[in-house]
Design a protein around this ligand. Structure first.
Ligand SMILES: Cc1cc2nc3c(=O)[nH]c(=O)nc-3n(C[C@H](O)[C@H](O)[C@H](O)COP(=O)(O)OP(=O)(O)OC[C@H]3O[C@@H](n4cnc5c(N)ncnc54)[C@H](O)[C@@H]3O)c2cc1C
Length: 450
């Protein structure tokens, strides 16, 4: 028997005490009570998680002693690690990607989690993962998991809004999405910093809660997509402006750029706020208007907000970044423009609405603001696929929510270009719908930028 037996609650005949007992949260399940035996020897023969040459972890429900005795009897060296390792289970690949850089397709593996803590990570099937970490760091890791899980709350401030939230939750659930309506007592637990009193102009009656909702670093994602495209052999030409789109006999034939002509039998315009101008070069008119959308960040303060708060009524969204800055955005400006400079009215109304929700931010200073162009279609849905010019395709009209759609747009438009057939998924979004009067209203989803 190992001299480290004191690490086993079973050996001492006491009830185990979880190292995660002081951390609560819906983001993980505490499975620290599992029996854990580190086995050394010719472990290839065992049904166990390999943790290194000649080392493996055997995980057991309940008392580990009989299995330990059996393995010792077979000549293995066995260390009872039950109390030495905290164990937690989390759901979701997105969450895991925020927690670790380990390849999730090559698990089990040992590596860094939560920026520097060593963990053994195992996939439990589907998107469920089990993490084993040294017990003294278990609480820290569990808290990071809670923070990273974030969660997205869309606030409701009226009976009507609450009815809409309920309908949205039900639709989401039918589609297998983790989404439900929560009332102020639960909001207070999820976000104690929020002013839930009757002082705000529109007091909070409830919220639509999406626990896996989170923020991704958009520049990292874009670079990741670019790197993937490059690896697949795609040529990327930055600083190259399309100045004309050649077409004859109803077919596209090429594009003229400031760096020369490119012959092309298929062209996709994915130029968002500039779509009407670029598609106009091909003679294609789009029912799109271009507006500006603004956002700003405050100076950094100690982290205190780990959920994302959106209010469609107040037209504002608020989250806190990893660096501690508050990121605040609103809805598009109601007028059309290509002038992408920030405006004072935006700063004023979004700051005012934010302070109604979080009065404690009153003294924060604005660090920087930015503005981008957004392309809005009449029914707030994107325009995807073929146009009347054969071979000339479009992705436009994404307005304020096109970032998250980029991968599926890339996949479906690539399929269209390769096969000449419009994938079913994007068929309802054809430009033609504005002639056949088969609009796809996404006004509710686009009610506030997100
Ligand atoms: C402040 C702000 C916040 C946002 N927040 C979110 C969010 O939280 N979630 C979300 O999903 N979406 C969000 N969006 C919307 C999202 O950014 C857009 O819907 C998305 O970027 C559109 O992607 P795209 O590839 O179609 O176009 P873009 O990313 O706009 O790219 C269009 C490209 O076309 C290029 N171009 C234009 N004219 C020409 C030409 N003649 N020749 C060559 N190139 C040309 C432009 O330089 C640009 O690089 C936000 C937008 C803004 C402005």
């Amino acid at each position: 028997m190992s001299r480290l037996a004191f690490l086993s609650p079973h050996e001492a005949d006491v009830a185990g005490v979880s190292p995660l007992r002081h951390v609560q949260g819906a983001a993980f399940t505490d499975v620290s009570e599992l029996g854990k035996l580190e086995v050394r020897g010719d472990v290839d023969l065992l049904e166990a998680i390999p943790v290194g040459p000649g080392r493996a972890l055997v995980v057991l429900e309940g008392d580990a002693r009989s299995e330990r005795d059996r393995l010792v009897g077979e000549g293995y060296r066995v260390y009872d690690m039950t109390a030495a390792l905290a164990a937690l289970e989390v759901e979701g690949e997105d969450l895991m990607r925020r927690l670790t850089e380990l390849d999730l397709d090559a698990l089990p593996a040992i590596g860094s989690i939560a920026r520097g803590t060593t963990a053994l990570i195992e996939r439990r099937g589907g998107e469920r993962f089990r993490l084993f970490v040294p017990q003294e760091l278990g609480q820290f890791v569990a808290e990071v998991v809670n923070d990273m899980a974030q969660g997205h709350l869309t606030l409701g401030h009226s009976d009507r809004a609450m009815n809409v939230m309920q309908e949205r939750a039900e639709v989401n659930q039918l589609l297998g999405i983790d989404s439900r309506v929560v009332l102020p007592d639960e909001i207070a637990r999820l976000c104690p910093q929020l002013d839930l009193s009757d002082k705000p102009t529109w007091p909070i009656m409830g919220a639509l809660y999406h626990p896996p909702g989170g923020i991704i670093r958009h520049d990292a994602v874009v670079w990741g997509l670019a790197r993937g495209a490059d690896r697949a052999g795609v040529e990327i030409h930055p600083y190259t402006t399309v100045t004309d789109i050649e077409h004859s006999n109803g077919r596209v034939t090429g594009v003229e750029t400031n760096r020369g002509r490119i012959e092309a039998g298929a062209v996709v315009s994915a130029t968002a706020g500039w779509s009407t101008l670029v598609c106009g070069l091909a003679g294609v008119r789009l029912p799109i208007t271009t507006h500006i959308l603004q956002a700003f960040v405050t100076e950094a303060v100690k982290p205190f907000l780990d959920v994302i708060i959106v209010s469609a009524q107040m037209h504002v969204y608020v989250s806190q970044t990893d660096r501690g800055e508050f990121l605040i955005g609103a809805e598009i400006e109601p007028y059309t423009t290509y002038k992408s400079i920030g405006t004072f009215p935006f700063l004023e109304y979004s700051a005012r609405h934010t302070l109604e929700l979080f009065p404690q931010l009153e003294r924060l200073r604005v660090l920087r603001t930015w503005t981008g162009l957004c392309d809005l279609s009449p029914d707030y849905s994107p325009i995807l696929g073929q146009t009347e010019v054969e071979g000339f395709h479009v992705s436009a009209g994404w307005g304020t929510y096109g970032f998250k759609a980029a991968p599926i747009v890339g996949t479906t438009l690539a399929e269209l270009v390769a096969t000449g057939k419009t994938p079913d998924l994007i068929a309802p979004f054809a430009l033609e719908r504005f002639h056949t009067d088969t609009l796809v209203s996404e006004l509710a989803a686009a009610a506030v930028s997100h």
